[in-house]
Structure formats: C-alpha cells, structure tokens
Design a protein around this ligand. Sequence first.
Ligand code: GLC
Ligand code: CA
Length: 565
Amino acid sequence: MHRKPSWILVSTFLSLSFLTACAQNSGKSKDAEGHQWWQHAVFYEIYPRSFADSNNDGIGDLKGITSKLNYLKDLGVDAIWISPCFPSPQVDFGYNVSDYENIDPMYGTLADFDVLASEAKKRGIHIILDFVVNHTSDQHKWFLDSKSSRTSEHRDWYVWRDGKGPGHPPNNWNSDFGGSAWKFDPTTNQYYYHYFYVQQPDLNWRNPAVKDAMFDVTRWWYQRGVSGFRLDAVDTLFEDPNLRDNPVTGGTNPYGDPYEEKIYTTKLPEVHDVLRGLRKVTDQYNGVLIGETWTANIAELNKYYGESNNELQLPMDFLFTTVNKLSPAEFRKQIAAVDAASGWPTFVISNHDIVRSYDRYGDGQHNDQIAKLMAGLYLTLRGTPILYYGEEIGMKTTPPMRKEDVKDPIGRTGWPKEKGRDGERTPMQWNESANAGFSTAASWLPVPPTAATHNVADESKDPDSVLAFYKKVLKLRHANRALLDGTYVPLNENDQNVLSYLRSYKDQVVLVALNMSGAEQKINFEMSQHGFSTTKSLVATGTSSAKGDVVTLEPYGVFIGQLSK
Ligand code: GLC
Ligand code: CA
C-alpha cells in the first residue's frame, strides 16, 4: 500500500536547528560546530561484574575491561560508564559504597584503574564513573562513626530520628526494596532512614559538610582522569524534613507493602541546588553529568536540565523504557517530547535494572531483526545514545529459575512476583567456549544458553549479525553530520506500521524508515516533489531499499538513506 507522507518544510527546521545549537552550547570546550564532546559521543554502560574476568575468579574486573577496549573502539564507543567499582560489601553489587576514593579489590586496584584510564585515553574513550549520591554503605567510615553516638562528628551526616514509640518507626515511608525505610539502631535508640536496603543509609544532603565531602569526591576522580559521572538515584536525595506520611494509594507491591505515592521521599526541589553545585565542579573539568532521573514527563525532565542548562547535561529520561511494544505512535510521541525539551536528548533502551530490549520488543521469532530495528532507532535520533553492554549482540534476559539461585536481594524478597535483576546482568558473551569466554572459572551468574548463538566472536564473522548492524550504524553516525547534529523531522505521523523521520543539517538530509510490523511495507515518500532526486542507501537491513520515491521495507526492516537534490 502506498501512503502519503506529511512533509514539514525542511528549510524551516534548518534555520531553527542552528539557533537551537547556539543556545544549547553557550559554554567552553565546544568544537568548531558549537558542540561539546558528550553530544557526539556514544556511551556504553559496563556492569563490571559481568563484562570480562581477567583473573578467572568468576567476577569481571578492571583489567578485563582494559582488555576489551579495542573491541569497544571497533564497535564505535566513545565513552564507557562503569557501574560502581568502589570498595563495597556488595549487598547491592557496588551500589553500597564503603569508600568513594578507591577500587574494590575484587575489581582490581587504583593502579589498574590508572592503566584503564590511560589506555582508554589513547583510544579516545572517556571514562564515566557511577556516583552513588543518595546513600553510602552501612560499613562506610562516615556511617560507622555516625551510629556510634548521638554526638559523634558524623551523626548529622545521615538521617536519624526518634520513633513514634517502642517498635514504631517515625512514619509510614517504605523502602523501594521492601519493608519500612527506617531501621532502629539500639546503640543510640534512634532510627536511621534508608530509601533502599537497610545496608544503604541515606546521606543527609541538608548538611553542608556532606555536600562538600561528596563534591570533593568528584574532584578527586576528575583529577585522576575521569570525564564525568552517572548520578545514581538522584531523585531520592532529599525527603520531607517534617516527615509527613506518604499518601497510601491502595493495594500492595510485590514485597507485600502498601503502595505509596512517594511525594515526601522523591523529587523534592532541593535536589536542584545540589545539581547546580555539582555542575559547577563538573564544568571546571569539561566533564559530563548523566542522571538516573526517572522522569514521568517533559516538565520534570526540563527541571533536571536546569533553568539555564546548568544542571545535568544528560538526564536519562527513560521514556523509551516505558514503551514496551513496537508502537510507532508511542515512540513518535516520546521522541517529539524529548526533542522539544530544553536540553540535549539522551536515549536509553536498556540498563542493569530493567528487562533487556531484546525481550521487551522481541516477538520470539524475529528478535534479531527487531534488535536491529531498535538500533536503527535509538542510534539515529538527535541526542546521545547510551548502550547497555550486550545489547549490540542481542543478549537476552535470562532470569533465575529457582529462588535459591537468585543473587539480587530484591529477587529473594519479592520472589516469585519480583525475580530481581539477575536476568539482565548475566556475563557478556564473547565466544562459544566455556563460560562464553567471560572467565575460565564458573561465573558469578550462569552464562545463558543463548551464548552459543549470540556472541562477539561468531557475530563478528557474520555480516548479517546484530553486532555487524550496530557497527554499521555507529560508523555511519560518527561520520554523518545530519545524524550527529541534524534536526529531527517526523514524517507520516499517522502511519501505524512504519516510524520514519528525517535528520537534516544544512544541505544534508538523511531519511530513516523503520518497519515496526511483521509485514512488508512500501511507502511513497514523495521526495521528488520536495526537490530530492536521489535516495542513496547508507545502511539497510536485508532487502529494504529505495527505488524512485518508494521505500520498500522488509518485515521489521530498516532503511537509512541520504537524500540529494
Ligand atoms: C539505582 C541503581 C540500582 C541500585 C539503586 C540503589 O537505581 O541503578 O541498581 O540498586 O540505585 O543504589
Ligand atoms: Ca576477576
């Protein structure tokens, strides 16, 4: 069937794009075109436990990451975000930090970090660390001192309160990971607050000493060569000082706790003062701040960019992760919203806390095609993509089958409704050898059976693999000005099968057409009526191609083409 596109005047967008670019990049360290390094960089999230194990103890490590830098460079990665690798009792696998200025021995040493940093630098790869800002480990020296007495130096570094009476916590706030968010400590007869696990006491960000100490942590790492931070759980930094109860909304969550509207424990406006302060430090080092900001809408997202783009450069909106089916209309809506936001867009489709995109979008039969389709989407939009390790080879979520095999504590508390996050954290699949080449020892989480068909070695040899497709798109993206900087112009906004758009920059125009259906689609884009005489295929899957004004897309096919006058 031939459908008519709804063209929007590309020229209007060309002039707008220039103005937007100027507004967004008032600051230093811009390139000749006015962009900063993180706007053109492709980011890659590494879950260090699961990436590559150099000393064969079954747990990934920093030397393992260093050994894979050539792979990452070849893939087209410009920055790696390493999930927490600091000393930690590992209750939440590194998200309970006991020393912010060191490396956990299971991951290596500071010397190993320095080697990683210098080897990455040689390849032009930036390093981003995961900064757990809301809470420390209960084993951090600050907390050990804090709990030791009501008058200790660090007492007010955490949130301590009296209960309502024996056995009664200060209010109804629940932990995101189950149970009350308050833990009674008999040494001083008070409760401390923990938004996450009991072993993750919340820092008191109302105390300026906490702020100073935490800002210094970032300076310490910047001076060691890192290029920025991913700020963990930023919306949980502050809670209501009056401890008002959260409204209860009815029903119980997988942990058996009443659902609460977390109005007094998340997204308090005070967080923006902290972000502005951190950004000032960041700007001194030409760094970047990525935020784990689970925004529900664009107004909220805009707040995280800051009123004058002076907070987070890359707040992860996660709006794509709320679209769990191949729906052009839904994606169009989210892209348009993010594209119109007040800062540079960030696109994420998977991470270490959510089911992988392979399973969220895959139909069980065409998962590899659909993985390429999703790559064709989030790697060609205006903004910075953040890839989760393994997405590029089509890794599948493989949750544990039995409660006794679960490693993530929330999977044990919430079983069977909540199986935890082990499924999306399985070892990277490098080759077909034992343990998928991740380690010669048994790995901390079992290697999924799909490693036999989806691994780096085999996919590197197959020109049709998901990996080969990722490489092609990333190579194109790095060299194509329209894909890097061009405006986003949606086409055919009523099409229920095909998501299509232009990326246009000066006289360069790229057409992206993504078939989100299982049937072949033919679309007449009427390029010739708009003065474009040729459509050159840049990257396409299978038989997807253009002839004259008509683009033919195979089921779940991708076509990316350059339009010329
Ligand atoms: C963030 C992390 C998650 C962790 C939590 C507590 O949501 O992404 O993995 O469990 O913060 O630190
Ligand atoms: Ca190891």
